[in-house]
Design a binder for this molecule. Structure first.
Ligand code: BG6
Length: 484
């Protein structure tokens, strides 16, 4: 019998995902301000990106260039349409709308840019799925206000949200507030602290408390934005956005199991607050024990309880494995506690490849939060090589997707998890968020640019392009592309 996938429900949104700062370029065009991504130099595999104090004249800032999507999107959308995409997830660069973040009036040129982009998407029959804050906040909010440690940012964010909800109320139905809001459990690593919460210049001792404080402000802002969206258009769906990495116990030792459970609680308490509307007790106890002052007011509690998210947007790339550390408070430290899983292979960047973990995660979230889900990132970063005919035969990527999509289909069709859609990450090659490389490629569409921005910028189809096209056409059944 021929191997097949399972048919997904009608109206399932097969799509693709990117973020503004990783592909738009045009960093100074249309009145755009300087974002956090604009002050990050390129790193490489194993070498973290350095954040500079403002933009230095000779630095290699890959996000300034992206893939020049600011000018090319109309042609790129034609390719997306040809591939059969029904949804496109991108973000609105906050700095195109409010260049510094604290203005009272928005920048019309920036608003018009996204108006035109959404019109072009809709003309191609593609539904926009929009993130409000995807690692690209105005840098001014870091230098002037200290980032999300400052409560004033709640007002700035809600103003930004209200302006774009109102402007695009008839064009965009699916929204998300903060990309991978929970990717801050690595609070010892300055990179996510800046990308997610605009936090810089703090001592090691205050890092963990600051992470919880900033996250609290972000979640209140997210809840208030959800309230505003529903007032503007009750049809709008506003999701949270979680980086889902299941954390497994390294053994069946009950101590490892308990510790892994706490690791899950630690990484996903953001989901508990945003979907269930309240902080879990273990965390309140931990704050008390550590003497953390997060300043959660009665009003905050009401807001969080009342305006929960409509759906769970999430990214899925890998799973992790932990062993008990012996700590009575079960404190989980993402930067040091992980071990290798002997059952899994890793990508060239050390990301553990775990398709079954996707089905596990979807069931886990469904049971815990009882909200529809939307996979808004999943993909395989790899070194692609063109052959002598200039073609990329990325069978490794196709196989990654086949294995993951197969598990996703089982979660929906066999387990009954409600899922809006599937948007594979970096549907077109773009700048890597963690390393700033172009060489870490995810796309179905190849972009001829290297890490220094050299190249023609020309787009070409990889083998995965044709594979995805057939998959979408068959609504998930022709997963293994049996017939040509
Ligand atoms: C997610 C981010 O963490 O992973 C994306 O939301 C990012 O912005 C993606 O690009 C893949 O990570 P990387 O570092 O390989 O680009």
């Amino acid at each position: 019998m021929t191997k097949q996938g399972l048919k997904m429900p009608d109206n399932f949104l097969w799509g693709g995902a990117v973020a503004a700062h990783q592909l738009e370029g045009g960093w100074q065009e249309g009145g755009k301000g300087v974002s956090i991504a604009d002050v990050m130099l390129a790193g490489k595999n194993g070498v973290p990106r350095v954040v500079t104090d403002g933009v230095l004249p000779d630095g290699n800032y890959p996000n300034h260039r992206g893939i020049d999507f600011y000018h090319t999107y109309a042609d790129d959308f034609k390719l997306f349409k040809e591939m059969g995409m029904k949804a496109f997830r991108t973000s609105i660069a906050w700095t195109r709308i409010f260049p510094n973040g604290d203005e009272t009036e928005p920048n019309e040129e920036g608003l018009q840019f996204y108006d035109d982009m959404f019109d072009a998407l809709i003309e191609n029959g593609i539904e926009p799925v929009i993130t409000l804050s995807h690692f690209e906040m105005p840098y001014h909010l870091v230098t002037e206000y200290g980032g999300w440690r400052n409560r004033k940012l709640i007002d700035f964010f809600v103003r930004f949200a209200e302006v774009v909800f109102d402007r695009y109320k008839n064009k965009v139905k699916y929204w998300m507030t903060f990309n991978e809001i929970n990717n801050q459990t690595s609070w010892k690593d300055p990179h996510p602290m800046l990308q997610n919460s605009a936090l810089k210049d703090y001592s090691e001792d205050e890092a963990q408390e600051l992470m919880y404080l900033a996250s609290h402000h972000e979640m209140v802002a997210s809840a208030l934005a959800t309230k505003v969206a529903h007032e503007i258009n009750p049809e709008m769906q506003v999701g949270c956005m979680i980086a889902m990495n299941p954390v497994y116990p390294a053994s069946s030792n009950p101590k490892d199991i308990l510790f892994a459970e706490r690791a899950m609680q630690t990484r996903y308490y953001w989901g508990d607050v945003q979907a269930n509307g309240k902080y879990p007790n273990w965390l309140l106890k931990m704050w008390e024990h550590k003497g953390f002052n997060i300043g959660v007011t009665e009003e905050d509690k009401e807001i969080l309880a009342k305006y929960t998210c409509d759906y769970i947007g999430f990214s899925y790339y890998m799973s992790w494995t932990v062993s008990d550390t012996g700590d009575e408070w079960l404190e989980y430290d993402e930067t040091t506690n992980h071990g290798d899983n002997p059952f899994l292979k890793q990508s060239d960047w050390g990301w553990q490849i775990d398709p079954v973990g996707l089905r596990y995660a979807m069931n886990w979230m469904w049971d815990r939060w009882q909200k529809p889900q939307f996979i808004v990132e999943n993909g395989f970063g790899a070194y692609d090589k063109k052959d002598e005919n200039g073609e990329v035969h990325d069978d490794y990527r196709i196989s990654y997707f086949q294995n993951h999509i197969s598990e996703m289909e089982k979660a929906v069709v066999l387990d009954g998890v409600e899922l809006y859609g599937y948007c594979p990450w970096g549907v077109i090659d773009l700048v890597s968020a963690s390393t700033g490389e172009m060489a870490k490629r995810y796309g179905f569409i190849y972009v001829d640019l290297d890490d220094m921005g050299e190249g023609s910028g020309e787009r070409s189809k990889k083998d995965s392009f044709n594979w995805y096209q057939k998959l979408v056409k068959s609504d998930g059944v022709d997963l293994y592309n049996n017939e040509d």
